[in-house]
Design a protein around this ligand. Structure first.
Ligand SMILES: [Zn+2]
Length: 213
């Protein structure tokens, strides 16, 4: 089985949801950078405190600090059976640093979704500013157009879900993170998964890759 895994895919591809399901099924931890940085900070490890300094100043935590924290995390007893990295590495230099730190992966699962579907998924989201209920123009429309089913407030499109802001996130992903696919392809670790269709079907596609190793 391939159990040292990394999930790759654009925002809105659903890789976080798939990673969570897989982590539960395989009983291995899903490791996200944000969680890890917060844990290292709370534990007060030297690297955690260094990272906290950057975060408190609102600065980006440098790659070598993040990689150090990832390495510490991956030395934990609970990752002996495997792990799923979610949201790290984000760039080719981070991937190089991770490899140099001796962290080995069995598979990088690249969840791909056509750009027009990503756009429809994200920009179709409707949010209730009063009670937080979430709707979707196509997949989960409110009973009355533009109105929250739960509390009757007028629904809004959050700024992050606007075509403009989401388009920027996609561009940023393509520029920085998509080259990672080529990096792992060169190392024979890249596996493509179509991220469209029912969640169970996508999960089964991922399991085929995990189980085939
Ligand atoms: Zn509401």
């Amino acid at each position: 089985m391939r159990t040292r895994l990394m999930m790759l895919g654009p925002p809105g591809a659903g890789k976080g949801t798939q990673a969570q399901r897989l982590a539960e099924a395989l009983r291995i931890p899903q490791i996200s950078t944000g969680d890890m940085l917060r844990a290292a900070k709370a534990q007060g490890t030297p690297l955690g405190l260094e990272a906290a300094g950057y975060m408190d100043r609102g600065e980006l935590v440098p790659d070598e600090v993040v990689v150090g924290i990832v390495k510490e995390r991956l030395a934990g007893a609970d990752v002996a059976q495997g792990f799923i990295l979610d949201g790290f590495p984000r760039t080719v230099p981070q991937a190089e640093a991770l490899a140099e730190a001796g962290v080995q992966l069995d598979a990088v699962i690249n969840v791909s979704v056509p750009e027009d579907e990503l756009m429809a998924r994200i920009t179709g989201r409707l949010s209730c500013p009063s009670c937080g209920a979430a709707f979707h123009r196509d997949n989960h429309p409110p009973r009355q157009e533009g109105t929250c089913d739960a509390c009757g407030s007028a629904l809004i499109v959050r700024k992050d879900d606007s075509a403009e802001v989401f388009g920027q996130r996609l561009r940023s992903y393509q520029a920085k993170t998509a080259p990672l696919a080529a990096f792992y392809q060169d190392r024979g670790l890249l596996f493509e998964v179509e991220g469209t269709g029912p969640l169970d079907v996508i999960q089964a596609r991922i399991r085929d890759i995990v189980d085939a190793g």
